[in-house]
Design a protein around this ligand. Structure first.
Ligand code: ZN
Length: 270
């Protein structure tokens, strides 16, 4: 793909209103934030939803409300999480693919996650890929580690995921793989043909990862899920503020920002 896709992960499962007063939490807040991001140049919204008390949920009604509200406002590509939150069962996490979003994340392995951990066994990954096939949902292989790319090769070899492939590299999660150019280029080197990748630099890796994605011809993810600081000690006013900066950097790099239609065409999303 010759254009740059900007994804915004507007809410996530971990960020709280205490840390980040403008974090969108209700379906309406999430849809409003998604629309602002779309206007600023995001073509994919990565979606988590929350209960009224702010805790993460995989409740179908809440997901449906958020998806419907976003779709009423704009045609941005919707990628739901199936990573869910620490402690959810695989069955809970995969549930919202039945709502037929455009895309869904597919975590490709087990990893440390701060003081917690995320478990994804190969049978669970295969079950997730099969469910995504059933509902015609395009997976994003989320890789928190180099070995996760190897797991994705197994899903591809077994015909569970069809090209073109979308990878999400999640780097700088505490106690997991950090972000640097050497690690990034090693990961890119393991990708199969017909792959696009999006880089998520968590926390302070946020801005370096944007430059890394632009330097290595990848795609960008921003948003409160990955990082709340616009600059040192300054919490971003909104998700859209991150998208605006990313779109500006894409233009400075003499590249073009991809539209939702570009994303749907490239990944053959109907
Ligand atoms: Zn997520």
């Amino acid at each position: 793909m010759d254009k740059v896709i900007i994804t915004c992960a507007v809410t996530g499962a971990e960020t709280t209103k205490n840390q980040c007063p403008n974090l969108p939490v209700t379906p309406k807040e999430i849809a409003d934030s998604a629309y602002e991001c779309y206007l600023a140049g995001a073509s994919i919204i990565h979606l988590h939803v929350r209960n009224n008390d702010g805790t993460p949920t995989s409740n179908l009604n809440v997901f449906k409300e958020a998806i419907d509200l976003i779709r009423k406002k704009c045609d941005v590509v919707i990628e739901i999480t199936t990573g869910g939150a620490v402690g959810m069962t695989p069955e809970e996490r995969i549930l919202p693919v039945s709502l037929k979003p455009d895309m869904a994340s597919l975590d490709c392995g087990t990893v440390n996650f701060g003081n917690d951990y995320i478990i994804n066994t190969l049978p669970v990954m295969k079950m997730f890929a099969s469910e995504m096939n059933k509902y015609n949902v395009k997976p994003t292989f989320e890789c928190f580690d180099i070995s996760h790319i190897i797991s994705s090769h197994i899903l591809i070899k077994e015909g569970l995921v069809k090209p073109p492939y979308h990878y999400g590299f999640v780097l700088n999660v505490p106690v997991a793989l950090p972000y640097n150019h050497k690690i990034l280029s090693d990961m890119i080197g393991l990708l199969p043909d017909q792959s696009e990748w999006t880089l998520m630099g968590i926390g302070r890796a946020h801005l370096p990862a944007i430059f890394g994605a632009l330097s290595f011809d990848g795609n960008i993810r921003v948003g409160y899920e990955d990082n709340i600081y616009y600059s040192k000690g300054v919490v971003a006013k909104s998700n859209a503020e991150f998208v605006e900066r990313a779109a500006t950097l894409v233009k400075i790099a003499q590249k073009e920002v991809a539209s939702p239609d570009d994303v749907r065409d490239f990944f053959k999303i109907k």
